[in-house]
Design a binder for this molecule. Structure first.
Ligand SMILES: Cc1cc2nc3c(=O)[nH]c(=O)nc-3n(C[C@H](O)[C@H](O)[C@H](O)COP(=O)(O)OP(=O)(O)OC[C@H]3O[C@@H](n4cnc5c(N)ncnc54)[C@H](O)[C@@H]3O)c2cc1C
Length: 422
């Protein structure tokens, strides 16, 4: 029996966390560690910071919740800032650990860290980011279908979703190793001001994730109408808003899935209940795409290598980013993002299409801006969707240009949303 590190990454929860449960059952002592990646704090892309205040605030709240959950099972959380590989290696040596357990991630930078860490220490990575388990897929990643529909049909037909993994009842850890973590200001951020127009007062943590799940399914039964409302712009109820919690792993897609199944059994089963799972499959798909294509998803020519748009100058990028294009629906969405860290799926499609197809600005600037601003930023979903609209990803039609008049007529016919953010 031994001492191990559990390295928390995008899996800030105890429930349905296979790696954590495994670490706790296989070792005498476990040290839960989180490393705030200094590249997120210091890094810039195209002059744009990698992490803005909304996501950092949400992350710190999620960590606080995780720490108190760990304390409730006899453990604690060691919080560090730096290069994750260096920090984990150093804790490993300092505390005489014999193994590191961690969730395996799909995106390039994180996967590269996994390979580097594996050459330093004994480590086991456990899959857990997606609804369908990577090892259960009916094809190898090299044969991942290039079109979502083929992927979806294949997994729906051939693959079972695994049951939930129970949280460890107890985690034995060395006394007094836990640390406090800094506030937002200490990390150099101004605390975002609340805006009453926000769709939701997002608070990080698995407790609030489960409350949101409870609200959306059981309290208000909003799941029954999700397919009809999901293209909305205003308020908390038009879509689930699960994305920020999914991004940090405060909730797993399987936890959502099994609640949907229960809802279908006891409340209602219809096209809306199916559609929420359908959307989670998009998330899965972009995770597998990211894992298959590595750093290609961050390149302008994407995974196809063939650019469809004649790119122009980026000199008016700030007009787009600041919601000053004078195109009211685009501006309203960007203002919402800047004031709250959130934007609807419909809005994201509209502003992305406008940036690249109308302004002819390199889509990667938009993606980098989303990376900074979105409270729910997830590299795979973000870059996967941007590539898709740019026609360098998985769109069989070679990209999407959204007609703004049509979008306004269909989704904001009375201009209420544009007025809200005018
Ligand atoms: C340009 C662009 C960038 C995006 N960047 C991100 C991102 O960084 N992080 C992120 O989580 N989502 C991203 N999305 C996908 C989608 O817009 C958000 O997941 C969704 O708006 C979040 O709100 P919700 O949780 O209420 O979604 P719901 O409509 O309630 O959907 C439920 C869940 O399904 C998943 N989902 C829904 N639509 C998509 C989609 N198109 N792609 C992948 N997963 C999806 C999400 O996990 C979401 O939480 C992006 C979409 C576009 C067009």
């Amino acid at each position: 029996m031994s001492r191990a590190i559990y390295w928390f990454r995008n899996d800030l929860r105890l429930e349905d966390n296979e790696g954590l449960t495994k670490a706790a059952s296989e070792n005498r002592e476990v040290l839960p560690v989180y490393v705030l990646d200094s590249r997120w704090l210091e890094g810039k892309q195209f002059g744009i910071d990698r992490t803005g205040p909304f996501r950092m605030k949400f992350l710190l709240e999620s960590l606080k919740d995780l720490k108190s959950q760990l304390q409730s099972v006899g453990s604690d959380l060691l919080f560090l800032i730096g290069n994750p590989v260096e920090q984990i290696t150093s804790v490993y040596r300092q505390h005489n650990c014999s193994r590191v357990y961690a969730q395996e991630l799909s995106s390039y930078e994180e996967h590269t860290d996994e390979l580097t860490l594996s050459s330093n220490v004994s480590v086991e990575f456990i899959w857990g980011e997606t609804l369908y388990h990577k090892e259960d897929l009916s094809f190898t990643l090299a044969d991942l279908p290039g079109v979502f529909t083929q992927f979806r049909k294949s997994v729906e037909k051939k693959v079972q979703i695994r049951p939930l993994v129970e949280a460890p009842l107890q985690i034995n850890s060395p006394q007094g190793f836990g640390t406090d973590f800094p506030g937002l200001e200490e990390l150099g951020y101004d605390c975002p001001q609340p805006d009453e127009r926000t769709v939701l007062d997002f608070r990080g943590g698995s407790k609030t994730a489960l409350q949101r799940l409870d609200y959306y399914l059981w309290e208000r039964e909003l799941l029954s109408t999700y397919k009809n409302t999901r293209n909305g712009f205003i308020g908390g109820d038009y879509s689930s808003k699960f994305s920020p919690w999914l991004a940090v792993g405060a909730i797993s897609p399987r936890q959502i899935y099994w609640q949907v199944k229960k809802y279908e059994k006891y409340v209602k089963k219809n096209s809306s209940t199916y559609w929420l799972v359908f959307e989670l499959l998009w998330r899965d798909y972009f995770h597998f795409v990211a894992r298959k294509y590595g750093k290609l998803i961050f390149q302008r020519s994407g995974i196809t290598g063939e650019e469809k748009i004649q790119w122009g100058s980026a000199q008016h990028f700030d007009l787009w980013a600041n919601g000053l294009t004078r195109e009211p629906l685009v501006d309203a969405n960007m203002r919402e993002l800047n004031a709250t860290g959130f934007m609807s799926n419909r809005g994201r499609q509209i502003v992305a299409s406008y940036l690249m197809h109308t302004m002819k600005i390199d889509w990667r600037l938009g993606a980098a801006y989303f990376e900074k601003m979105l409270i729910d930023y997830d590299p795979c979903s973000n870059y996967g969707n941007w590539m898709y609209i740019a026609g360098v990803g998985n769109d069989p039609r070679g990209g999407r240009e959204f007609n703004l008049s049509h979008q306004k007529e269909s989704y904001d016919p009375q201009g209420k949303y544009q007025e809200l953010w005018a």
